[in-house]
Design a protein around this ligand. Structure first.
Ligand code: SF4
Length: 89
């Protein structure tokens, strides 16, 4: 089904059509907006990790595999503070 799959969950990246997807995504993190809910590193542990206070740290700034792209998109979609976004790298 067109638009299905992990890309469709990303508010910032889902506009690209399946045949024109870019390979790499850059993670953009707004530390001032992060309040430490922990959803990002719980759902996407290969991309995000907690700091000592439970706030987000980005482990991998640019991802280019389907598995990591899916984790980035899941983390972005589930951040309640909109502290995360992704963009074409
Ligand atoms: S889900 Fe959002 S607010 Fe929560 S730790 Fe991650 S970036 Fe911060």
């Amino acid at each position: 089904m067109p638009g299905s799959g992990p890309w469709s969950t990303c508010l910032w990246c889902s506009r690209r059509r399946p045949g024109r997807r870019r390979v790499a995504l850059r993670v953009v993190f707004d530390a001032a907006a992060c309040t430490g809910h922990g959803r990002c590193y719980s759902l996407a542990p290969d991309v995000f990790e907690p700091d000592d206070a439970g706030h987000c740290l980005v482990k991998v700034a640019v991802v280019d595999t389907p598995e990591l792209r899916a984790q980035v998109e899941t983390g972005v979609a589930n951040c309640p503070e909109q502290a995360l976004r992704c963009e074409p790298a």
